[in-house]
Design a protein around this ligand. Structure first.
Ligand code: CNA
Length: 243
């Protein structure tokens, strides 16, 4: 591990345009289950991701999503970013990270201090009425979810601005441009099977480092280091080496 951490730190120090792409694995140590990890929702079936996060299912029956949302909001106040979230925020602050793309919806990059997280799957931060488009804040939506289960506007359902299966991802052009111009892409805590995010590492002509418990197949991407272990432990060793 020390050799891999040294190599990772050296690549970060020697690169001019480092970009990170994060997934649900960066938040598992905070208590939010991922989808495909060893204790992910596809394994435990605590919620059924195909029902909870599918836009066609949501339009027919939004209840499973808002049951999940209540549990998530209950967690929210006590959620603290992981070491890895803080590591990326500190790289950004030191001027060593020029872009951060996340598939996560949990606001933890911002909580850790990252200023520039590009949330391509949206987040709970704001919500919109599905009928009239009225915007609601996090607090307004949370209160409505807790008081009435399904948050309603005058005559429509209010949906948090997160991207469901079957919806277009956000700010994809910016994410593509970031990856294309990166000379080092850190892919952290993502199985890289959900498109189009999964295709982003293949767009960079730079080097790619994968940090993920389970091996990730990135096809044609130029993967120079694949670290299959707990990211918090690994990145603690990397931080020690980064100047
Ligand atoms: P995924 O498919 O569940 O993959 C997560 C990966 O992280 C797995 O391959 C795990 O092996 C790995 N992993 C888990 N814990 C660790 C750890 N401690 N150290 C290293 N690796 C770890 O999730 P993706 O992000 O690839 O899939 C994209 C979906 C999941 C996006 O649409 C997300 O919005 C969605 N999601 C987000 C959250 C969140 O916001 N926290 C939670 C669950 C799902």
């Amino acid at each position: 591990m020390d050799e891999a951490a040294r190599q990772c730190a050296e690549l970060i120090n020697d690169s001019k345009n480092v970009v990170a792409l994060t997934g649900a694995g960066i938040s598992t140590s905070c208590g939010i289950p991922d989808f495909r990890g060893p204790r992910g929702l596809y394994v435990t079936r605590q919620y059924d991701p195909e029902k909870v996060f599918d836009i066609n299912h949501f339009r027919k029956d939004p209840k499973p999503f808002f049951e999940f949302a209540q549990d998530f909001l209950n967690l929210q106040n006590n959620l603290q970013p992981s070491f890895s979230h803080r590591f990326l925020a500190s790289l950004e602050k030191k001027g060593k990270l020029s872009g951060l793309i996340t598939q996560n919806i949990d606001l933890l990059h911002q909580k850790a201090g990252s200023q520039s997280a590009l949330e391509i799957h949206g987040s709970f931060w704001k919500s919109y009425c599905q009928t009239c488009g009225k915007k609601y804040s996090f607090e307004e939506t949370a209160e409505k979810i807790f008081t009435s289960g399904i948050p309603m506007c005058e005559d429509g359902i209010i949906k948090p601005d997160i991207v469901f299966f079957g919806e277009n991802v956000k700010r994809l052009d910016e994410a593509i441009a970031m990856c294309e111009s990166a000379d080092l892409l850190l892919v952290i805590g993502s199985s890289c099977v959900v498109q189009p995010a999964a295709g982003l590492p293949g767009l960079t002509s730079g080097k790619v480092i994968v940090i993920n418990l389970q091996p990730v197949d990135l096809g044609m991407a130029n993967v120079v280091l694949q670290v299959n272990q707990d990211m918090d432990e690994f990145l603690k060793a990397v931080e020690f080496e980064v100047g």
